[in-house]
Design a binder for this molecule. Sequence first.
Ligand code: AGV
Ligand code: CA
Length: 308
Amino acid sequence: MPKPVLHDHDGHVDDILSAVLLWMAPEIDLQAIGITNGDCFADQAYSAMVKIATYLQLEGAEIAVTEDAVPNPFPDNWRKESFIINELPLFSEIEMRRSYQQKQGRKIESVFYDCLNNTKTPMTIVTTGPLTNVAPLLKDNPDFKGKVEELVIMGGAFNVPGNVQEEGHDGSAEWNIYADPEAFKATLDSKVPIKLIPLDVTNQLPVTKEFLGLLDEFSDRSRGCTLALRLWSLVKGFEYYFWDTLTAAATIKPDLYTFKEMRIDVATQGKSMGRTSTSLFGGRKVHVATSVDKEGFESLLLSIFKSR
Ligand code: AGV
Ligand code: CA
C-alpha cells in the first residue's frame, strides 16, 4: 500500500521538484500539495505547479495555496525565481487541463484538514518550507495525533553554519526555521513523530554538473528529466543543494538514510533566531538525519524522473 502523503512547500526549484518526485513515486500516494508564500510568490508557484501537473500528466493530488506572509520573509531575489519558473518556454505549448481552468486553489488549511479528517490510514506530512501552515493544523486539532504517522521536515542546522545572512542575524539558522521560528517551536510542542533533514546532511549533496549531465542524457525521451534539468539549470552559478529533494527521498526510501535520535530546541528570538540546537536536558526527541547513501539517492531520483 502506498503511503498517503501531504506536501507543504514554498515554491523554489527543489520544492517543486520534490512535489513532482512524491507525485511520481509508486511508494507514495500524494493527496495534496500546499504552496506557501516562503521562497516564492505563492500565486506564481501555484500556477507553475498546475502547468507542471499538466505537462507531466499527473493526477489525483489537489494543489492548494496560501498567500499569507511568513514572519521573516525570504529574500526577494530568491522569491522572484517563481516568475521565471512560471514562464518557462517549456510550458507555453501546453493547454491548461480543464479541471484546473479558472479554478482558484483552495486554502491549504482546509485541504489538509479535509485530507486528515477523511483518512483511514495515518498520513505522512512532508514540509520543505516554513511550518506556518502545518503548526496551527496540529495545534488546533489535537485529535489529529492518531491521523499523522510522522512529519518529515527540511530544516535546521546543528554542527554546521546556518544559511541565513540577514542584517542583525548571527548566521546560525537555516532559512525554513528562521522564516517562522514560532511555528517550528509549536510543531516541536506537538506529539507527532518528527524526522528532520538538516543542513548537516544536505551540505553533503550539492547538485552537480555530472548529475545534470545524466538528466540531459534522457531528456529527449523523458519529460520528467527535461523538467528537472530545466529547473535545476535556472539556479546553477552558486551552490544549490538537494535540500528538499533529499527530504522527499527520505519519505520515499527512508532506508537510504541514517537517523539519530536527538533532543532538540529552537531559538525564537534574538540574533540566533531560528537556530536549532541539541539539548541535553529538556528539548524534544526527534529523528535527525546524519548521513545518506549518495549513489542510492541519485539513482532513486533518476529512476523516478525517467518514468515519465
Ligand atoms: O534552506 C534551504 C531551503 C530549502 O527548502 N531553501 C531552499 C530550499 O528550497 C532556502 C534557501 C537557502 N539558500 C537558498 C535558498 C538559495 N541560495 N536560493 C534559494 N533558496
Ligand atoms: Ca523549500
